[in-house]
Design a protein around this ligand. Structure first.
Ligand SMILES: [Zn+2]
Length: 308
């Protein structure tokens, strides 16, 4: 039996490299839109097999040991998505199709299934299938440096941008593509705050612009205030316990800045037209700003494929 449903008018697709990136980078935005009734689809490109393990009793799962971390992280990601209220989550090409490439320059970059080595059109083809099914108006991924230079993040960027191009050829172009970013003013405020702290996450950095993801405020397009979801984001991060130790500086920043640090996320606009915004730089407060989401041919029913 084919069950036909109609997806909500607003549809958001996020393309991330590893389990935990969705929560750390965009967790509040995801929870915000899911709670507001938008359809939020998360595509994760690898299982994160090469991650460090911060839970001592699970150390034997590591890639060099039992090599079971990737499978374990499927469950962590499912728990994180549940905290975020996100029900549509998939792995690019299916779970295990692409392997975590590890940090740039490591031998793991050359693994036959390493995402870094993925054929761009094949990988983009898997993502195109998701775009064809969900028809998102808004896509979120990383900038061309993958936010901070990890090969899988760079590849996620390339695959997402290629899939958007392929979708455009079929008349399914998402109206907007955003890249995650951190405004210079926000980083500078954080650096000032932590100057004297023993757990200063900015130790060794004298200027915010040394950070690869530092973005001039005027280049930011959207500031999503999801402070009402900061608890969900923190809970989602805690679901990734193998990756984010309870002593992480992320939680110490959260303790200092609370809702503001966890709940506000920033984006640059890579494709599309910026909608109306506010403040000195006209930052949008809604990723769907300026879009007529109820209009257009992309409201046709789709079959509900469910989780993958
Ligand atoms: Zn990552």
């Amino acid at each position: 039996m084919t069950v036909v449903t109609t997806l909500p008018d607003r549809r958001l697709l996020l393309v991330h490299a590893h389990p935990d990136d969705e929560s750390i980078g965009t967790g509040s935005t995801m929870a915000h839109y899911a709670a507001a009734g938008a359809h939020v689809t998360l595509v994760t490109c690898t299982l994160g097999e090469e991650g460090e393990i911060h839970v001592p009793e699970l150390a034997g799962l590591a890639a060099a040991e039992a090599d079971q971390l990737g499978g374990y992280r499927i469950a962590e990601l499912a728990a994180a998505c549940a905290e975020l209220g996100v029900t549509d989550h998939r792995f690019l090409g299916g779970a295990g199709r692409y392997r975590d490439s590890g940090m740039m320059g490591l031998p793991t970059n050359g693994h036959p299934r390493a995402f870094w080595r993925a054929d761009l059109d094949e990988a983009a083809g898997y993502l195109l299938e998701v775009i064809q099914e969900v028809r998102p108006q808004v896509v979120i991924t990383y900038d061309d440096n993958g936010f901070y230079g990890h090969p899988d993040h760079i590849q996620a960027h390339r695959v997402a941008m290629r899939a958007v191009e392929l979708a455009a050829r079929e008349g399914l172009a998402p109206a907007k593509v955003y890249w995650t970013a951190m405004p210079q003013s926000v980083l500078e405020a954080g650096m000032t705050h932590f100057e004297e702290a023993s757990d200063n996450p900015f130790a060794g950095i004298s200027d915010a612009t040394e950070l690869p993801f530092c973005t001039p405020d005027k280049e930011i397009a959207a500031r999503i205030d999801a402070t009402d979801q900061h608890v969900a984001k923190e809970a989602a991060m805690r679901a990734h316990a193998t990756q984010i130790p309870a002593t992480s500086w992320l939680y110490s920043i959260a303790g200092n800045f609370g809702a503001e640090f966890m709940g506000v996320e920033y984006f640059t606009l890579a494709v599309g037209t910026k909608g109306p915004g506010g403040g000195p730089y006209g930052w949008e407060s809604d990723l769907f700003a300026g879009l007529d989401v109820a209009a257009g041919p992309d409201r046709a029913p789709v079959s509900s494929a469910g989780h993958r």
